[in-house]
Design a protein around this ligand. Sequence first.
Ligand code: ASP
Length: 435
Amino acid sequence: MWGKYKSLDAHWKIMFSLLLAVIAGYIAGKDAAVFGVSFNQMFAFIGTLFLQALKMLIVPLVFSSIIVGVAGIGNGPDIGRLGGRTLLFYLLSSLLAIIVGLLVVNYVEPGILDGEAAKDKIGLQVETSSFSEKVEGRGAGDIVDVFLRMIPTNIVSAAANGQMLGLIFFSLLFGYFMSGISHDHALTQKHFWNGIFETMMKITDLVMRFAPLGVFGLVAKVVSDIDPAGNPEKFFNLIETLGLFALSVFSALLIHSLITLPLILKYVAGISNPFRHHRAMSPALLTAFSTASSSATLPVTMDCVEKNAGVSNKTSSFVLPLGATINMDGTALYECVAAIFIAQAYGLDLSFAQQFTIVLVALLTSIGVAGIPSASLVAITIILAAIGLPMEAVGLIIAVDRVLDMCRTSVNVFSDSCAAVVIAKFQGEKNILTK
Ligand code: ASP
């Protein structure tokens, strides 16, 4: 039995853990304990260990991979072309995702129940006080902040505080100018950074061996927090009132990842069977699902894109770290659906101009949203303020945010990986997704 399990592909092992986690979380609920330690705490412990191990990799991996990637391209016109193509892909794919979300939410109208704005029905369960503290003082200034964060005053503190944009910007400069110095010095540095990068990939492999265990802990914790068996009434209320909203988000995410992005892979990148890419990326998608963080998933994303999809390190190390930070299709889509859902629930008839504002602000804020769990809640408050709704209204969706976060993060990561494939094809790379 153990031998059979060991020979399974990584994604099957993780799927198996997911299933086991749902069962364990359901049975354990919130309070079951042994020797005074609750299962919920044990799940949290296992999950946190795994998450921390992934996070530990981020700074050295982002540094070394971007430097190696950019230095490999050199400082000729290639780098501009690569950067331009990547940014264009990111903007267009996020815009498409938002449009899908906009169409679905206008069609399903999850905020309208029995022909009326659902405010009161959902409002009963809203608990906004703790959240309002968190978002107090936030506003459109956050978008300006994104650009300010790009240039860190202190690169060490940017690294220590996980300010990815600053880190990326500095690494890009470093890699770019490293190629321009005297040959001897450039070569020494290339060897040095390549060595660090390869070592980081090896450590990633090690951490990934524990992915089934980590995923088990993370997902079992989420399920036991909800405690569906111990609290069926709350659970069913939640499903009834927020189910339609969750369903709208979920189906829009599915449309984007099973139709829009595969069409791009097929017709823009010329991949004959785009669904091969879903298979190639499955360990990363499942990790994104259980961690709800595209930054934490980055090491796994790079591993899958290079080893399973066959994209060169040169391309992936440029496209993916940038994508994990600024390209969030799932998040952009979610922001749009959530804002319109809240507006519907409040009985606000959105004009075309207001819907356009939502699209634009969703696009911009999705660039600035960090790749960490629940990051888009703050972005949604910015949109609400822009269309004249109280920011506290975001409380309506908090109950289902975690589960939807898991789904949208997978789409965020998938879109980054599609960008890597498309750009690699444009750069003339061969052997992509041939396996
Ligand atoms: N959790 C998402 C991510 O890491 C961001 C968000 O939408 O909250 O990609």
